[in-house]
Design a binder for this molecule. Structure first.
Ligand SMILES: CC(C)(COP(=O)(O)OP(=O)(O)OC[C@H]1O[C@@H](n2cnc3c(N)ncnc32)[C@H](O)[C@@H]1OP(=O)(O)O)[C@@H](O)C(=O)NCCC(=O)NCCS
Length: 231
């Protein structure tokens, strides 16, 4: 069985009884993927890693997939290199050939967020908060009208963090459902509250599950936004 204590992983503290485990994997850097993790990857995963142009992106993908394999190995008692994946209709990976936890991963910058859930489908998202200056234009194009209104008029620092909170929440919700991301971004609005997020589905929303999705912020490194959702 894999020894996950020796991996570049930090388990996040969550309220007891959450039914969820979250880990941060990283930081990935130009040094590459630790050899014992690289050796767990399939031929296809190594080929995919090698197609990334930037060393940092190659390292983050390899480290995330290797860490995921080791965590799944610990949860299933299948050796890390023998873990097999299948994909849902929109590309969401799941375990093949063995029972195990629901899981999801997200990577951005030099960190990855990995989430496991015992009984509900899980989606996670982490984003490096790049201050590129086009947040309102992106929100106008991709977010709902209510979300755009909530961002308009915010001062720069607040705009950046609120934009990324909404973004990560939307992605985590859609990833929990395993939906295609781009076609459903406007099917619900995210309201930011003091405690986290409230989801408001639009009329005729695409999935009956949407109304009961639970979403929580995740404690990610400074400069990042993170979120997990249970469908
Ligand atoms: C993968 C996707 C669902 C999200 O992309 P992303 O934010 O760039 O990537 P993340 O790092 O958060 O997540 C990628 C991981 O999610 C998983 N994933 C892929 N498709 C998925 C799906 N339909 N549902 C859930 N998880 C999925 C995979 O494990 C993938 O990692 P891997 O390729 O290393 O195996 C992508 O298919 C997509 O549609 N992106 C569109 C992004 C967008 O429109 N953003 C607008 C901002 S609101």
């Amino acid at each position: 069985m894999a020894e996950t204590r020796a991996l570049p992983l930090k388990r996040l503290t969550l309220p007891s009884g959450a039914g969820v485990a979250l880990w941060l994997a990283g930081p990935a850097g130009p040094g590459g993927v630790p050899e014992h993790l690289w050796n767990t990857l399939s031929r296809g995963e190594k080929d995919r890693a090698n197609r990334f142009r930037r060393a940092e992106d190659r390292a983050l993908f390899g480290l995330t997939r290797g860490a995921l394999r080791c965590l799944l190995s610990e949860a299933t008692s299948v050796s890390a290199e023998k873990i097999a994946f299948a994909e849902g209709p929109h590309g969401k990976p799941r375990l093949a050939g063995t029972d195990g936890p629901h899981f999801n991963v997200s990577h951005s910058g030099c960190w990855a967020l990995i989430g496991f859930s015992g009984s509900r489908d899980i989606g996670v998202d982490i984003e490096f908060m790049r201050a590129a200056g086009g947040e309102l234009d992106l929100a106008r194009s991709f977010f709902s009208a209510a979300e755009f209104r909530s961002l308009k008029g915010l001062a720069n620092g607040m705009l950046l963090s609120s934009f990324y909170k909404i973004w990560t929440c939307k992605e985590a919700v859609l990833k929990a459902i395993g939906a295609g991301i781009s076609e459903h971004l406007k099917d619900f609005s995210v309201e930011l509250t003091e405690d986290g997020y409230v989801i408001h589905p639009e009329p005729n929303y695409f999935s009956p599950v949407l109304a009961s999705v639970a979403v929580q912020p995740a404690e990610v490194p400074e400069g990042y936004a993170g979120c997990y959702a249970l469908a």
